[in-house]
Ligand binder design. Structure first.
Ligand code: SF4
Ligand code: FES
Length: 265
């Protein structure tokens, strides 16, 4: 049997997103048939999660999110997951794809070994509410706890707060965080102890601790000096590997630890 192509498989008046067929603008694209194996959980139906396989014929250059959307729109509308921007900006579609935390909208099918079943499951360490949706409240509580906003004293300045290029470079990397939780939920310490602040909260504390305009560093450092704070980090680098924004998460955590010891920031 010959390999199907976009032209062979194009739907007649069907969903325009069908199997990512809109990915091809012209010419023939070689399609692949893939198995997407999703960990489904619906506490209203069954207390245990089960793996369910879905078969799709797709352009291997579509994203994993496109494949999941196709399953939801064409095969099973009950499939539940979060997504919004579809462009790696909102951070809502972090999930474990083939055992690794990734953003579904930034992961191409061709890059996740499509010859074998592609496994998709919720990020670990947070309570699963349904299918791929986890309870993000503990994650955002830790974020709020480090006071992720500018703290200043005295009168408001009448002109902008000037910073040098060097000042900005000290915290620029951690400004890129999109709060996707891929780092925190790839951390073995967090898996074992959900009370740990986790890498993402520390990254967002770092963003303000090292900002020369901010005056709340001492408060944040004291918060992270807690027994569930920065000292729980075991430097496994899982967080750095997981970050879809390429933030040097482990380095940021190390800098916060050093600031706690030296009180220099
Ligand atoms: S540091 Fe990276 S992995 Fe962690 S929440 Fe921010 S963007 Fe996501
Ligand atoms: S849907 Fe927004 S980051 Fe993937």
């Amino acid at each position: 049997m010959s390999t199907p192509t976009i032209e062979d498989a194009a739907p007649q008046g069907g969903n325009p997103h069908s199997a990512g067929l809109d990915a091809a603008e012209s010419g023939k694209v070689e399609l692949v048939t893939i198995t997407v194996r999703i960990r489904r959980f619906n506490p209203e139906e069954h207390p245990d999660a089960v793996w369910v396989d879905y078969q799709l014929t797709v352009d291997p250059k579509i994203r994993v999110l496109d494949a999941i959307n196709t399953i939801k729109w064409e095969q099973d509308g009950t499939l539940t997951y979060r997504r919004s921007c579809a462009h790696g900006v909102c951070g809502s579609d972090a999930m474990r794809i083939n055992g690794k935390n990734r953003l579904a909208c930034k992961t191409l099918i061709k890059d996740v070994n499509p010859e074998k079943p592609i496994t998709i499951e919720p990020i670990k360490g947070l309570t699963v509410l349904k299918d791929l949706v986890v309870d993000m409240d503990p994650f955002f509580q830790a974020y709020r706890d480090v006071m992720p906003f500018l703290i200043t004293t005295g009168n408001e300045p009448t002109r902008e707060r000037i910073q040098s290029e060097e000042d900005v470079q000290r915290f620029e990397d951690t400004t890129k965080c999109i709060l996707c939780a891929a780092c925190t939920t790839s951390c073995p310490v967090f898996w074992n102890d959900g009370q740990y602040f986790g890498p993402a909260a520390i990254v967002n504390a770092h963003r303000f601790i090292f900002d020369s305009r901010d005056e709340g560093a001492e408060q944040r450092l004291e918060i992270l000096n807690d027994r569930e704070g920065v000292w729980r980090c075991r430097t496994t680098f899982n967080c750095t590997d997981a970050c879809p924004r390429g933030i040097e998460v482990t380095k940021a955590i190390q800098e916060v630890k050093r600031a706690l010891v030296t009180r220099r920031f």
